[in-house]
Design a protein around this ligand. Structure first.
Ligand SMILES: Cc1cc2nc3c(=O)[nH]c(=O)nc-3n(C[C@H](O)[C@H](O)[C@H](O)COP(=O)(O)OP(=O)(O)OC[C@H]3O[C@@H](n4cnc5c(N)ncnc54)[C@H](O)[C@@H]3O)c2cc1C
Ligand SMILES: NC(=O)c1ccc[n+]([C@@H]2O[C@H](COP(=O)([O-])OP(=O)(O)OC[C@H]3O[C@@H](n4cnc5c(N)ncnc54)[C@H](OP(=O)(O)O)[C@@H]3O)[C@@H](O)[C@H]2O)c1
Length: 389
């Protein structure tokens, strides 16, 4: 059987008109002692008419933390009841700040406007000098929010429209869907790594991951969501095709969905998962589920790389190289390879590891190996798929 998810046609909901969903579950995947906070979140889409396919992502519109909105209003001398208008829609300033703008990452134009408004003196000279240098301004802004800056330079006032013209608009964030429609047609599961850190003596939260982390299923809320279809990150049409899935950290999310879907639809192709995180004891997300898939034979192979459980770093690409002969054999038999997660370092290193495997185990020259991975696998045969961020 192939992927038989229904087409996404009978819903009025989209990015422009998101569905006001509710979450029904929000639990930690990381265990006490972990250096991370990664959560399993279940979003209820019943009654929306929304359908999804494995490989898709969910777009989420977040709100700023109420205490940050209040601190910002106070620092600016607003009550929050002032009428504000964005794209022709009028609402109290408190509401507009809460939903429409990002408050954890100040814009450079805001800092420059603030510097212009400061009374002549040392403070103003210092901030204006900072604004002349992009690297200095970047370094100054790192980890700061508007409240940090307004507290450092108090007493400056802005008009409502002037202020809104200086802030950055809030955009939806995408999260890979970690559930399969064959099993959960009316729910979307997410695996969310929460951005949470301290700077300037205050706790900072990621705009969307911080909002999701604090949402409680039992409290009244609405989470505007839409499905962002994947362009190429799809299961192969052939149910007998084998999959190699490389998903460290939150990159494992779509592979949980792939395994659920393939298992439910009885796909016969072999499945091999490479998962990596910091520590086995605290960060093996969905451990029981993956071990169960392994016991049932849905996962033919499960290789893990816990980077901080030994003196030297062990990453997924090291495991791929250790099993390079078998991985090469799978590729020669027509397996598709999928990579999901960190784009900055992991995906590049995994790419290099694939080229190395083609050399070491396929006997190809460096040029032939690069051509095999970049052209043959990725472009001609379309068996190398990436969803990295
Ligand atoms: C297709 C796609 C799929 C994705 N899937 C997932 C997924 O399944 N799970 C997942 O968790 N994410 C996923 N992401 C990433 C997700 O969309 C968000 O980018 C992520 O959650 C961070 O967004 P945020 O709004 O919480 O943080 P933001 O408010 O955007 O803040 C993040 C920024 O905070 C800053 N920052 C972080 N730590 C510190 C620090 N210690 N000091 C100073 N500054 C710091 C960094 O500049 C960082 O870029 C995906 C992205 C894409 C494009
Ligand atoms: N962590 C967060 O708070 C957070 C929150 C939101 C989004 N993000 C972003 O989302 C992406 C995924 O983050 P995540 O928290 O799911 O996991 P991650 O940061 O990608 O870490 C998962 C595992 O990958 C390892 N790793 C680090 N560098 C690697 C490399 N070059 N090759 C292979 N593995 C490598 C990590 O090891 P070590 O850590 O031991 O090096 C860890 O064991 C990243 O782009 C990250 O910046 C992170």
């Amino acid at each position: 059987m192939t992927d038989t998810s229904p087409p996404r046609t009978n819903t009025p909901y989209s990015r422009a008109n998101p569905f006001p969903a509710r979450i029904t579950e929000n639990r930690l995947l990381t265990l006490p002692g972990s250096e991370k906070e990664t959560r399993h979140i279940v979003v209820d889409i019943a009654g929306s008419g929304i359908s999804y396919q494995v490989g898709d992502s969910l777009g989420v519109f977040a709100r700023n933390p109420p205490e940050v909105v209040e601190e910002m209003l106070r620092a600016l001398g607003f009550s929050g009841e002032e009428t504000a208008s964005v794209q022709g829609q009028q609402a109290p300033l408190r509401e507009i700040l809460s939903r429409q703008f990002v408050l954890n990452r100040p814009t450079k134009k805001f800092v420059r406007a603030l510097a212009e408004k400061l009374p002549p003196g040392e403070s103003r000279d210092r901030l204006q000098a900072l604004c002349q240098s992009e690297p200095d301004l970047d370094a100054y802004l790192h980890g700061k929010d508007y409240v940090d800056i307004l507290q450092a330079y108090p007493g400056v006032s802005f008009g409502v429209d002037e202020l809104l013209g200086l802030l950055g608009r809030a955009l939806p964030r995408l999260y890979s869907i970690a559930s399969a429609p064959a099993i959960h047609p009316e729910a979307v599961h997410l695996t969310v790594a929460v951005v949470r850190f301290r700077s300037n003596g205050r706790e900072k939260l990621g705009h969307a991951s911080g909002y999701l982390a604090r949402l409680q299923p039992t409290e009244p809320h609405q989470l505007p969501v839409y499905v962002q279809p994947a362009k190429h990150f799809r299961l192969p049409e052939d149910p007998a095709a084998s999959l190699i899935m490389v998903g460290p950290g939150t990159g494992v999310a779509p592979f949980r969905a792939f395994l659920q879907q393939r298992s439910a639809l009885g796909h016969t192709g072999k499945n091999w998962l490479f998962f990596g995180e910091q520590h086995r004891a605290t960060d093996f997300f969905y451990e029981e589920e993956f071990l169960e898939f392994h016991r049932k034979g849905v996962l033919s192979r499960l290789d893990t790389a816990f980077s901080r459980d030994q003196a030297h770093k062990v990453y997924v690409q090291h495991r791929m190289l250790e099993h390079g002969g078998t991985l090469w054999a799978w590729l020669q038999e027509g397996a598709h390879i999928y990579v999901c997660g960190d784009a900055h370092r992991m995906a590049k290193d995994v790419h290099q590891a694939l080229i190395e495997i083609a050399q070491r185990f396929g006997g190809l020259s460096p040029e032939e190996a690069a051509h095999y991975v970049n052209v043959t696998l990725a472009k001609e045969e379309k068996r190398y798929h990436k969803d990295v961020y």
